[in-house]
Ligand binder design. Structure first.
Ligand code: SF4
Length: 497
């Protein structure tokens, strides 16, 4: 007798390892999960749409019986309906789900969804004093033979093109071609109606409901990849860090994080497509390398770091931050043009690119002293590509330095001048990025100096941040008091005060 395969919403693998020997597939769309904390409406839609498209495909392609538990109160209640069946699932992508399935006696098999198994990452990490992404990334390039020559050396003679890839936006703005987007079908219409009904029953969502922008099937994922490689990859590199006014939030970014995180496209397929285009169409190496770095570097590194510290992430708080998540992250206006613009973009699209995440949402969280796990949960639920394995290392480790510096060599703290250089936000803001106190003092700048003040010992001991401490110490007492007062009012503004 075959087993019953449970397919989770972020493991929509067409060649799911548990399909072998399965005589039935089950999926679960739990309303209880939606009630736990407000999830972005588009995220809820994407996962449901992806699950239902997969269910339809498995019925048609494999002739399998697929039971969709929709509106099930909890996963446990759905699984209880299969008592007596042998249940199989791929190892979930986060610790909580893994423990839950183990607790229900579900037999777990490797998903093969990532290039690097957690055990292999742990072996790489063992004995290293520092776990730097750059070291991991170079090994990935060599192991998978991506953009390297026969001797394993990087094409172009360099591993890193950050200098070319960190351009501020041009003064007259950036025009990126509109990204490919899927056409909604009857499955999406049904999902929308179900989520409307859930909202009518009291489920609270974060963010806007708009026609689906992200791929949830392999065919859609390949279409978005093709579109990215043909029309946006060339310009991706130089402008990947640039921030712009609302209007074209996706710029030259790939929009592949959703289908990758849902498991409908393989990371190596994405990287090979970019590499082929480099050879065939003479694309700039810096752009192609920048994309490869994101996919087989950062993404896989973050996956490994999540599992390496999976038990510790929820309590990681090296800087002893105590501020609850400010209301500004939930859409209450702060009056800070940078933050309000990015948060409005997240509410509208469930999306912000990596620099908006790190250097606006993350930096403000860091310097204001937001509790790391609260920011992790917010990122996880507010973004279309949110997942605990993504957001714990990225938000807690990288942005908030909650791991004490295992992932990054210094806290990513910055004042308003960085935002002014990389975006047009300061031009139309009521504050001046270079002013740290006084009537028009930039709250981001005041929080930066206040952060330096609160962590002088740690920052003075790090030669990458010691200079800021020396500068702070040169400020006279009145300046320091004024900065501290401005930082205190900044925290109130973050909470709508
Ligand atoms: Fe943000 Fe300060 Fe610039 Fe205003 S001036 S947009 S608060 S960095």
């Amino acid at each position: 007798m075959g087993h019953t395969l449970l397919i989770l919403g972020d493991q929509l693998l067409r060649e799911h390892p548990g399909l072998d020997g399965a005589n039935r597939v089950i999926t679960v769309e739990s309303e209880a999960m939606l009630r736990r904390r407000p999830l972005h409406r588009q995220r809820a839609h994407l996962v449901r749409s992806g699950l239902r498209h997969l269910a339809a495909e498995l019925r048609e392609r494999d002739g399998l019986e697929v039971i969709e538990h929709r509106g099930a109160a909890t996963l446990a209640e759905a699984l209880a309906q299969h008592d007596g069946e042998e249940l199989v699932a791929a190892i979930p992508n986060d610790l909580g789900a893994r423990r839950a399935l183990e607790g229900h006696g579900v037999r777990l098999v490797d998903s093969g969804q990532f290039l690097t198994a957690p055990d292999d990452f742990a072996a790489w990490a063992r004995g290293r004093r520092r776990l730097r992404m750059e070291d991991f990334y170079r090994e990935q390039r060599r192991s998978f033979g991506v953009l390297v020559d026969d001797a394993g050396e990087p094409l172009g003679g360099r591993w890193n093109f950050d200098a070319e890839n960190r351009q501020p936006p041009p003064k007259d703005g950036l025009n990126a071609p509109e990204a490919w987007s899927p056409r909604e079908d009857e499955i999406d219409a049904e999902v929308r109606a179900d989520l409307d009904a859930a909202a009518a029953r009291g489920v609270v969502f974060f963010g806007a409901d708009v026609p689906r922008r992200f791929a949830v099937t392999p065919a859609e994922a390949h279409a978005v990849l093709e579109d990215f490689v043909a029309h946006r990859l060339r310009e991706f590199g130089p402008w990947q860090d640039a921030m712009v006014e609302p209007g074209n939030p996706f710029l030259f970014h790939s929009l592949l994080s959703v289908p990758l995180n849902l498991g409908v496209i393989d990371p190596l397929t994405c990287v090979r497509a970019a590499e082929e285009a480099y050879h065939a169409h003479d694309l700039p190496l810096s752009s192609v390398e920048g994309f490869v770095r994101q996919v087989i570097g950062w993404r896989e590194y973050v996956w490994g770091m999540y599992w390496l510290r999976a038990e510790q992430w929820p309590d990681a708080n090296a800087l002893r931050a105590e501020l609850p998540l400010p209301a500004a992250y939930r859409g209450v206006e702060s009056g800070w043009n940078c933050l309000d613009t990015v948060v409005a973009g997240v509410a509208q699209h469930g999306y912000a690119h990596h620099i908006e995440r790190l250097m606006v949402l993350g930096t403000i969280g860091l310097t204001a002293g937001v509790v790391p796990w609260e920011l992790v949960r917010w990122f996880q639920t507010a973004f279309v590509d949110g997942a605990e394995w993504v957001m714990a290392p990225n938000a807690a480790g990288m942005a908030l330095f909650a791991d004490g510096g295992e992932m990054v060599t210094k806290p990513y703290a910055a004042g308003g001048n960085y935002i002014s250089k990389m975006s047009p936000h300061c031009k139309s803001c009521q504050y001046k990025p270079s002013e740290k106190h006084g009537e028009r003092a930039c709250p981001v700048t005041a929080l930066y100096w206040d952060f330096v003040d609160r962590h002088t010992e740690r920052l003075a001991a790090n030669n990458r941040t010691a200079r800021s401490v020396s500068t702070w110490r040169r400020f006279d007492q009145d300046t320091r008091d004024a900065v501290r007062a401005r930082a205190a009012s900044a925290r109130e503004e973050l909470d709508g005060g």
